[in-house]
Write a protein that binds this ligand. Structure first.
Ligand code: PXL
Length: 259
């Protein structure tokens, strides 16, 4: 007997080296037992060291991917990563609104670690105005939370203020990931806010800078939600999964370790 797996759609950029973007998302989906769909908003040229180039196809190409998909396969939830520009943000909004099940996790991917922009300034503004009000969970790291809130986050208390400001932009849940910032040397602290309660997740900091952890985290949350968990439980289980994946990641090329 075959068991029907929930469909989860990832929308984002292609990473030929498979450490980030669509490719790593699909690996997470497979491992966590959901059926992965994908729509590609941009093609990056990158390896384990850096992003060299971004090519953004005409918006009609992205639109058609979603239109054709939704005529046939309706996702239980959408995970959004790199969108590249404003046109893609607007296409995604329009297509998302057609779905019966309107659940979207937005990972606000703004720049690559190697500093290549992955969303234009106009794209950022459109994401804030048009996607955040429709999203169930937004998952910024500290830099992205600063960009979204306009605050300079110097410690974990300021993460709370930023989370509250970001929550006012419309998403039901805000998850600020502390991994990129060393407020505490040996601990990574993530902050979750649902408009009422703050929850902190603390994990030992591993001495390993793995690529694509943001993509992995948001993808895992989408999977656990698709499998029926509540938001807080889904985020906690996804955080455990990320820790395990950081431990397992290996150096394959000349750059950082990856899944
Ligand atoms: O990790 C953010 C990210 C997401 N998606 C793509 C990327 C990156 C970072 O480089 O290239 C396609």
């Amino acid at each position: 007997m075959t068991v029907k797996r929930p469909l989860v759609l990832t929308v984002g950029g292609s990473d030929p080296s498979s450490g980030a973007g669509i490719q790593v998302d699909l690996k997470v989906f497979e491992e966590l037992g959901v059926y992965g769909l994908s729509a590609i908003s941009a093609l990056t040229a990158q390896n384990s060291e850096e992003v060299f180039d971004v090519f953004t196809p005409p918006p009609d190409s992205f639109k058609l991917q979603l239109e054709v998909l939704f005529k046939d396969l309706l996702p239980n939830i959408i995970k959004v990563g790199m969108l590249s520009n404003q046109d893609n943000v607007m296409v995604l909004k329009e297509q998302f609104l057609k779905l019966n099940k309107k659940r979207m996790i937005v990972d606000p991917v703004f720049v690559a670690s190697s500093s290549m922009p992955l969303l234009t300034q106009k794209g950022r503004e459109a994401l804030i105005e048009h996607l955040l009000p429709l999203s169930l969970i937004v998952t910024p790291n500290v830099d992205e939370a600063e960009a979204l809130s306009g605050l300079k986050i110097k410690d974990v208390h300021e993460m709370q203020r930023a989370a509250s400001i970001i929550n006012d932009l419309g998403p039901k849940w805000v998850l600020i990931k502390g991994g990129h910032h060393e407020f505490e040397k040996n601990v990574v602290e993530d902050l979750i806010y649902d408009g009422v309660d703050y929850t902190t997740l603390k994990y030992p900091r591993l001495d390993k800078k793995v690529r694509g952890t943001g993509c992995i985290y948001a993808s895992a949350i989408a999977c656990f939600l698709a499998k029926g968990l509540e938001e807080l439980e889904a985020i906690k289980k996804a955080r455990d999964f990320v820790q395990q994946k950081i431990e397992q990641a290996s150096v394959l090329g000349k750059g950082r370790p990856q899944l």
